[in-house]
Design a protein around this ligand. Structure first.
Ligand SMILES: C[S@@+](CC[C@H](N)C(=O)[O-])C[C@H]1O[C@@H](n2cnc3c(N)ncnc32)[C@H](O)[C@@H]1O
Length: 252
C-alpha cells in the first residue's frame, strides 16, 4: 500500500519538477533577449513545460495545466489579485475534492441511468448489503435505499464537503443507509454482498486485489466506467448516459 500511495503522488511532483526544469532552461535566455516582456517569457515557459510534459507522456489533462500555470501566475500578479482569494479557492477545492492530488479520483456523480440499472440488478426480496466506495454526495445510496428496503446501504467518503452533504441527506431517509468519513482502502469489504465503485482508472488494479482478497465468494464487484486491467468482467451493461459509460460486473 505504501508503494501504491507513493506512485499516486508522482504526477503532481513530476509536474512541479517540469515547471522548475523549464524555468532553468529558459532563465539564461532572458539576459540575451531583454526586449521580451515578462508575460511573453511566461508564455514561452508554459510552452516548454507543456512540451516536456508531452514528451514524458504525462496524462493529457496535464498539458493545458502546464501550459497555463506560469502565464496565470504572471497575469494574476499583474492585476494585483489578493493572495487571500487563492487561499480561499484552494480551501474550497480541498473541501470538495479532498486529496485528489494523491488519490487521482475526482468527484463526479453516477448518472440516473446507472442508478436505474443498479435498481434492476439488486435483489428484490432477499436481504443484502451494499457498499459504495467513495460515495460522493450520497445520491446513489439515497435513491437505492428508497427502492430497496431489503438492503443495507453503506458508503465511505474521504472528502469533507461531499461527506457532509451525504450525512444531511441521510437524516431524511430510511435507517438502512449509513455514511462514514474515511479512506476506502481501510474499509473491510468482507461484509458486503455488492461493492460498487465509480473512481478512476488509477486505483482499479489495487482495488481488484483488495476486493478479491476480502470479498466473499459469490459476492459482486461492480465498477462504473473503469475496467480492471486484464480481468474479464462476467457481465457488461452499456449505459445510455452522458458519458456513454458501462457497468462492469464481476462475480467473486
Ligand atoms: C467519481 S466520485 C463517485 C461518487 C459516487 N460514488 C457516485 O457514484 O455518484 C468518487 C468519489 O470517491 C472519493 N474518494 C476517492 N478516493 C477515496 C478514498 N481513498 N477513500 C474514500 N473516498 C475516496 C472522492 O472524494 C469522490 O467523491
Amino acid at each position: 500500500m505504501q508503494t501504491c500511495i507513493k506512485n499516486k503522488q508522482k504526477p503532481a511532483l513530476l509536474a512541479l519538477l517540469i515547471q522548475l526544469t523549464a524555468l532553468t532552461l529558459i532563465f539564461p535566455l532572458i539576459a540575451y533577449y531583454p526586449s521580451f516582456s515578462i508575460l511573453e517569457w511566461a508564455i514561452f515557459h508554459g510552452i516548454v513545460a507543456a512540451f516536456l510534459s508531452y514528451i514524458i507522456k504525462m496524462a493529457i489533462w496535464w498539458i493545458p495545466i502546464q501550459l497555463c500555470f506560469m502565464p496565470a501566475i504572471v497575469v494574476t500578479h499583474t492585476i494585483g489579485l489578493s493572495p487571500i482569494w487563492f487561499a480561499l479557492a484552494f480551501g474550497v477545492l480541498i473541501l470538495i475534492y479532498g486529496k485528489t492530488y494523491q488519490t487521482q479520483v475526482p468527484l463526479y456523480l453516477s448518472s440516473n441511468q446507472a442508478t436505474e440499472v443498479l435498481t434492476t440488478l439488486l435483489p428484490q426480496k432477499k436481504n443484502f448489503t451494499f457498499m459504495d466506495l467513495g460515495c460522493g454526495c450520497g445520491g446513489l445510496l439515497s435513491k437505492l435505499s428508497k427502492t430497496h428496503a431489503n438492503g443495507i446501504f453503506h458508503g465511505i467518503e474521504a472528502a469533507l464537503l461531499p461527506y457532509f452533504i451525504s450525512r444531511i441527506r441521510n437524516l431524511f431517509v430510511q435507517p438502512n443507509y449509513k455514511i462514514q468519513l474515511g479512506d476506502l482502502w481501510k474499509q473491510n469489504l468482507s461484509h458486503y454482498d455488492i461493492v460498487y465503485a465509480y473512481l478512476s482508472p488509477v486505483p482499479m488494479k489495487s482495488l481488484w486485489k483488495k476486493a478479491s482478497l476480502e470479498m466473499r465468494p459469490g459476492s459482486f464487484f461492480i465498477s462504473n466506467t473503469f475496467m480492471v486491467p486484464g480481468i474479464k468482467p462476467d457481465k457488461c451493461i452499456k449505459l445510455n448516459d452522458f458519458s456513454d459509460a458501462t457497468l462492469y460486473i464481476w462475480r467473486i
